[in-house]
Design a binder for this molecule. Sequence first.
Ligand SMILES: C[S@@+](CC[C@H](N)C(=O)[O-])C[C@H]1O[C@@H](n2cnc3c(N)ncnc32)[C@H](O)[C@@H]1O
Length: 306
Amino acid sequence: MARTFKASSKPPGAHATVAQLIDYGARRFDEAALWFGHGSDNARDEAAELVVFGAGLNHADAPGIYGQALSDEQRTKVLELFERRVRERVPAAYLTHRMWFAGHEFYVDQRVLVPRSPIAESIERRFAPWIEGDRVRSVLDIGTGSGCIAIASALALPQAKVDAADVSDDALAVTGINIERFQLCERVRPVRSDVFAGLGSARYDVIVSNPPYVGSTELSELPQEYHREPRLGLYGGDDGLDIVHRILREAAGHLHPGGILIVEVGNSQDALIDAYPTAPFTWLEFERGGGGVFVLTQEQVRRLGA
Ligand SMILES: C[S@@+](CC[C@H](N)C(=O)[O-])C[C@H]1O[C@@H](n2cnc3c(N)ncnc32)[C@H](O)[C@@H]1O
């Protein structure tokens, strides 16, 4: 049965300001017990994004815009976005078709996961201290989705060529939109590939991946917002590690000596450690939160398979 949510307070009327609409949206979202895990972690930030987007404003102009009264047309658009967010339990990014990653704005739609990997921070640091950024000539992103990791890597490492690989044609269509948007057609190549299968014998200085890593039990317990995302982007088999095992098995043969492998496994970190009790994973720490990302050198990956 469809659930209905009644707002306890009335929506702001004519001449409502940006701040009043943000307050209303935040209350409405909290009352509806929405889940926030797609770029923001609270009702207020998400309401602010929908107000700024719906009214055609810029976050960069805050706080100056908070006292600004919206036209009827702007207010109606914002209230419609609020209602869709509540009714459809859809991540806000699928309503606005945008998400920031490593400081860059990407186009997104329901063909790809909403970008949110903490790997963004490693990219901003040009993968230091694990590799010297200036010597990175080649990067492979496995499971590229929107292309956020591949494109942000290309922007951080202007001398590198990047393969943006995904098994999903739908996802690769979105990757292509973003490659064009950032005018990176010369350096970022979308490739249809099932893990390494479509890449021949290519080798890279950096292999980076945010693969699907959600296990069966965790998937069934995820809030509804996650079920709006492509299942192919989330589900990693019973224990979540199907794709990760394949990456670990084959990565050594696709890395240059001195190269590195960086993979996000999120909540499947413990399962991975259990599966490879002697593996020398280094688990990265992030200032902006998130975790479950390991790095291994080419030599360490090679020894795992030996
Ligand atoms: C967790 S999403 C990550 C998307 C993007 N890299 C990001 O960080 O937002 C995982 C991606 O892996 C892709 N994928 C799933 N199975 C794959 C496979 N066997 N080979 C390559 N890509 C795969 C999915 O289509 C999805 O785009």
